[in-house]
Design a protein around this ligand. Sequence first.
Ligand SMILES: Nc1ncnc2c1ncn2[C@@H]1O[C@H](COP(=O)(O)OP(=O)(O)OP(=O)(O)O)[C@@H](O)[C@H]1O
Ligand SMILES: [Mg+2]
Length: 226
Amino acid sequence: MLMVLSLQQVSKIYDTKAGPVAALTEVNLELAAGDFIAIMGPSGSGKSTMLNIMGCLDQPTSGTITLGGEEINTLPGHQLPEVRRRYIGYVFQHNNLIPTLTAAENVMLPLKYNRQFQGNKASLANTLLGKVGLGHRQHHLPGELSGGEQQRVAIARALVNNPAIILADEPTGAVDSKTARSIMELLKELNQEKGQTLVIVTHDPEVAGEAGRVYRMADGRLDFFR
Ligand SMILES: Nc1ncnc2c1ncn2[C@@H]1O[C@H](COP(=O)(O)OP(=O)(O)OP(=O)(O)O)[C@@H](O)[C@H]1O
Ligand SMILES: [Mg+2]
């Protein structure tokens, strides 16, 4: 089977003034198109570090990462944003919306760097915000939205380039259980109907229960759980 994303012996050591921090140690993971996996594990165990590396936001200290058949760990850093744009939709742990832009403008932002995009940006933003139940809030600023609404805008933004892989770092971490369920329904629908590969970092056993496979991270090491 063709793997959309594979990590082989991936390690990440952060160099800090206080000394080196081993955030990831020899992580191996194979993802096929349409997979839905969950990653659990305590705070500080390396979950966001791993997602950042999978999402081309950071590079590993050692190891091999293949994305869509291309080895990306050897690419120069300035080429990573283009690779990310081509494959990845990223939902940040803290939603990272631009506070001075409206919901619709935030959703459209990744298209600015997409020279191939031909359609109408505003109407795509409108459609995606409608999908996350926020059609009526498209001209509002993030500060005028609730935490759950902001997170839903962040999900709409992650979908705007129609990514093969959605990486979501605790997408339901800051919302009530009803909103969490609607976010999960949306992500599951994209996974099942469009075959988008879905990786969710979560502390919530109910969210992990929806995934096809679950992994646990501890002290930078990733282990298959079920
Ligand atoms: N930019 C950085 N520089 C140095 N150390 C870092 C950096 N980012 C993370 N770390 C360290 O790497 C380890 C893993 O951090 P990471 O953010 O990946 O954890 P996490 O599993 O996502 O935790 P949480 O559940 O709290 O979000 C931690 O020990 C953290 O202190
Ligand atoms: Mg984290």
